[in-house]
Design a protein around this ligand. Structure first.
Ligand code: NAD
Length: 437
């Protein structure tokens, strides 16, 4: 099928590449001319495992192309996907101006029937607004259908999530649009759930809020474990072995971050408030998340006494491993907090350094080329993102490089007994701290 994607970021670019991989002809559109230039030059502007090969293969096969023109995208496709940002506003509500602008732009160049699909995460009832807007600016009175098709990919494994999705949600009003969407997704051989547009939109916010709730639940349990001397990892195993609950998303840590969870939970709170059915539980999810980072920082302060002039190494800046994305990363907040308190912070991240360098919040940090370089003369090492690379570093060498062998592990990457044996004072989340020996 001929498909276009408007917005070629983490979602749009990976979706476009995966659609091309299964045989569709894809036009990826973006209004960031620099991004289009990079893509046309054969480079990939974001890091996502497997994406570069996928793009190169499909560009060579002439199934994938890039343009800055919405007109070109709409003309060349039967189905037009929208994957532009839906950032939060100050009050937590969603800024829908990117969606509205794209709807207007599509309407302006619409001459024949198209299925217009919203893939961005939007509040319930946005589909109605998109349809109204397209109708208003539809100069040629072309026919169209609006569909909601929320995206559930996770950064860091976006390609495999898109190629083997748990489910495809299609929210539509017309049977024809559903048939077209089923044809787009047929090659993926995934379960398809067809709903009305409002339900499809709501599924996305409800799903992300539930995942965040699961994280905050285990984080609240981790605080109780710390107070009682229990081990949160064992508790999570014991809870997670119950198939009704499941082990994923029961990893205690310094809290969720990233470009989706914080904004989507805030949005769902605002949406429910506006509908007159306040969702107080989600406010508690947010509170626990913020408290988790503060408690971790307090633990560092309690041990080091004052942070001013302390040399602190931080491993990990991205909001999760296997991505270069540092948007709303808790690791970045932690570094910023420690810098504000006067600490000297040396940071290292396998893929996030380039983007982190641009953030004014951590301007005073020293960016290092390796985990070991960051550890030189450190009075404490903070692990903020669970990159596999960190588990392969020789801990004896890390200890030799540091001034005092203290680790604060915000992602429970290591076994406490092993760390004690190597000679570290090791503090982790929801587990009793250990001393050398
Ligand atoms: P992103 O910022 O990485 O990409 C968005 C792209 O849209 C950018 O390249 C931007 O230049 C482009 N754009 C903005 N306005 C445009 C316009 N008028 N015309 C053409 N291009 C335009 O954002 P993202 O992370 O891909 O997220 C997109 C949407 O998908 C959001 O609603 C997000 O909540 C949702 N989502 C994101 C993820 C994720 O993990 N990143 C997962 C599921 C859903």
């Amino acid at each position: 099928m001929d498909v276009s994607i408007i917005g070629s970021g983490y979602v749009g670019l990976v979706t476009g590449a995966c659609f091309a991989e299964v045989g569709h002809n894809v036009t990826c559109v973006d209004n960031d001319s620099r991004k289009i230039e990079i893509l046309r030059a054969g480079k990939v502007p974001i890091f996502e495992p497997g994406l570069e090969e996928l793009i190169h293969r499909n560009v060579s096969a002439q199934r994938l192309r890039f343009t800055g023109s919405v007109k070109e995208g709409v003309e060349n496709s039967q189905v037009v996907f929208i994957a532009v940002p839906t950032p939060p506003q100050h009050d937590g509500s969603v800024d829908l101006s990117f969606i509205e602008k794209v709807a207007r732009e599509i309407a302006g160049v619409l001459t024949d029937y198209r299925v217009i699909v919203d893939k961005s995460t939007v509040p319930v009832k946005t589909g109605e607004k998109v349809a109204e807007s397209i109708k208003r600016y539809n100069r040629h009175r072309a026919k169209f259908d609006v569909v909601s098709n929320p995206e559930f990919l996770r950064e860091g494994c976006a390609v495999s999530d898109l190629m083997q999705p748990d489910r495809i949600v299609i929210g539509a009003q017309s049977e024809h649009a559903v048939d077209v969407m089923k044809k787009v997704y047929e090659p993926f051989m995934a379960p398809i759930l067809v709903t009305d547009i409002n339900s499809a939109e709501l599924i996305k916010h409800a799903a992300n809020s539930f995942l965040a709730l699961k994280i905050s639940y285990i984080n609240a349990v981790s605080a109780i474990c710390e107070a009682s001397g229990a081990d949160v990892e064992k508790v999570a195993d014991g809870i997670g072995m119950d198939r009704r609950i499941g082990r994923p998303f029961l990893n205690a840590g310094i809290g969720y971050g990233g470009s989706c969870f914080p904004k989507d939970i805030a949005a769902f709170i605002t949406i429910s408030d506006q509908l007159g059915v306040p969702f107080a539980l989600l406010k508690e999810v947010q509170r626990i998340n913020a408290a988790q980072k503060d408690r971790f920082l307090k633990g560092i302060r309690d041990t080091l006494w004052v942070l001013r002039e302390k040399q602190i190494a931080v491993w990990g800046l991205t909001f999760k491993p296997d991505t270069d994305d540092v948007r709303s990363s808790v690791a970045i907040d932690l570094v910023a907090d420690m810098l504000r308190e006067g600490a000297h912070v040396s940071v290292y991240d396998p893929k996030g350094m380039e983007r982190a360098c641009e953030l004014s919040a951590i301007k005073g940090a020293r960016f290092c080329q390796s985990p070991l370089e960051a550890a030189i003369n450190a009075e404490a090492l903070v692990i903020a993102t669970e990159w596999a690379e960190f588990t392969n570093v020789d801990l004896t060498v890390v200890k030799e490089k540091m001034t005092t062998p203290i680790i604060f592990d915000g992602r429970n990457l290591f076994d406490p007994a092993t760390m004690a044996k190597v000679g570290f004072h090791y503090h982790s989340i929801g587990r009793p701290p250990v001393k050398p020996g």
